[in-house]
Design a protein around this ligand. Sequence first.
Ligand code: MTE
Ligand code: LUZ
Ligand code: MOS
Length: 774
Amino acid sequence: MKSPSIPASPMHKAHKHESAFRHTSGDAQYVDDIRADLITHVVLSEVARATNLVIDTSRASSMVGVHAIITAADIPGDPLVGPIMHDEPILADGDILYHGQAIALVIAESYEEARLAASQLNIQYETHTAILSIQDAIDANSFHNRPHRIARGDLLSVEDQTCVEGICQTPAQDHFYLETQAAVARPVEGGCYEILSSTQHPTEVQKMVAHVLGISSNRVVCSVPRMGGGFGGKESQATQIGVFAALGVWFTGCSVKCWLDRDTDMKLTGKRHPFQSFYRAYFDSNHHLVGFDVEIFSNGGWTSDLSIPVMDRALFHLDNAYHIPNLNFVGRVCKTNLPSNTAFRGFGGPQGVVVVEEAINRYCERLSLDPLIVRKINYYRNENNRTPYGQEVPAPRLDRIHDMLATSSSYQQRREAIDAWNKTARHTKRGIGYQCVKFGISFTKALLNQAGALVQIYTDGSIQLNHSGTEMGQGLHTKMMAVCAHELGVSMDAVRVMNTATDKVPNTSPTAASSGSDLNGQAVRIACATLIDRLKPLARRILNVQPQEDIQFCGGFVFVSRSPEQRIPFSQLCTQAWVEQISLSATGYYRTPGIAYDEEKGRGTPFFYFAYGAAITEVELSTLTGEYRIMRTDILHDVGDSMSPDIDKGQVEGAYVQGVGWLSGEELLYNPQGRLLTYAPSTYKIPSSGDVPLDFRVQLLPKAEAKGVIHGSKAVGEPPFMLSISLVTALRHAISSIANKEVQLRLPATSEAVLRAVYSQRMVLEEEQDLIRF
Ligand code: MTE
Ligand code: LUZ
Ligand code: MOS
């Protein structure tokens, strides 16, 4: 019962990103826009593995413009950092463990002076052979953990079924956030520190700065204006940059910036984990995937960082959307002389999903089946709804999404038309591929599933909103404004989201695992509910109604539900609250209920719920050059009842295209000594506008409200990344049309890789023709 003159809540409406105009006008402030007295040049190692490192700084430290040169020996507190294991020397101490490792910091007035000084460092060491690949690590028994395992059923019982076996390799990927890693540290009186950081995890920066300097956490405040992209690369690995800047302050007393140029960023920081998986998939005569035996290895790099939870998420997603009765999944993280690989959109999920999808594709190629049909046969359904780790998949939405998308995209007709085209076309082949996803939402490290908020109302009715999440372009702040505006019944304009800061909300989790809006949305709602509870009795008194009378807050007014014309402006209520000494500031705190996982047993409920989606991708490729184009992509994605549909569509599009980059064009190449060769945009190719599907149709699943989640919405940041795997299926469809044989396609599917796959089909064809001839 709302009066027509009262504007509706902004919840579930289209919003422009809260910083959209500032992004485009240049008004948006990033960390590098903040001035500092001095800059930091990070000196990187030029070898992948060495011992007896000795650095003579005497000549360099007396050079013009140089204020300090810092090496491991100078660190005042604990020299080790790391988000979980605490195994990462902040600067190389005696040993060098990867090419590009930070070995010294030059704090200077300008980059030119710093680089000149760095060239005058006398660096000595003894080099050793590096362990680089997963195979090197397996051979050398070099691992970060013991194997993690999830198993059920009995694989012996399916041994006589049709088996496809193989080795599936997925590549690394650089985050290539537009804004490289950056931090500014400033001295604050009393030996305190202020760190402005481009980080997804300000609490980790605060903690590790305190730790490395040997001071208490309350002497450090870390705040985040915004990031120009994070994608997981600033979840744990922005910490080091913040610590570098803070060390600069410790030794000089001046404000110090640490900003990495692109080359340094790409050499120093970790990437998406490359995986190598040995699999055997068993299918019965009805095309049911009845057994899956998989041993997966990831390349963790030199320290453990987040590699173990990434591996766990890969294991949790080896089933993707399919019920598999008999299985054995084992995962292990390799320790190598590479940068420490880290969180990247999907957090191991994509690496897990690719394996089961490759098995299905190969099975279908062998039997000339449409892989869409085999996928559908295997979905979780109400009668088969337990994941390998025992969590229930309640009322799966896979069939509904599948049927809607297959129909709306005319999959069947288009596949037939493509098959007809491929029969006659000589140099261009077409392919169509379907991919669904089921993605578990919650941090796999369960305790991280918590968030806080601090909401402050001023006497004019305007609001400052603080919450524990960070903004990296994903639109979290916009969604949080909508939650706050909805709860307090004001317009979005009345709410200002403040920089994320550890002095406003303490002990925060990283903004990651796609759960930023789920967790912080609840915390914001709870804080606002506390304020509303305080304001309602006052409103009833002012409106002169009984204590049991229902009061509503909407459109900037506070009114009696039964008679909306009886109302006062929200601002008037706030002024009166101050006069009557009612607090207008409240915190909110939320933790996800009911999450538990026993890693020993491989059983539990690691996820609060699952997000779903599906995509159909059509490609056209040249068999002469291996080049291809995505002609059309249709996506239907389940974001629950979206809090902000336009922002969510942007997330779906961005995740898909970023996934396309991972699977098609982005290639990190190292020389045999472990030196990264593709460390700049000249050689490392992220997708550009020309790689976006020519015809791109993204829909959000209608009538999809989720229970127990903020405003019925679902997490969106990572799940659609996996929809890009439809590209691989589409490419395989196109390539297999040459000889109707199993495709050997290496990932990333660069033009060269596609051409090689085309040649190997042709060879099969020629061999067969030979057989016929003789
Ligand atoms: N979108 C943009 N524009 N920039 C980013 O860095 N990171 C992704 C995703 N979408 C990212 C993004 C990743 S890895 C995650 S985990 C989520 O956003 C984090 O934000 P959320 O939890 O608020 O969705
Ligand atoms: N688990 C997860 C995690 O699923 N996503 C994450 O980003 C993460 N980060 C740290 C620890 N566990
Ligand atoms: Mo995202 S990889 O969880 O930061």
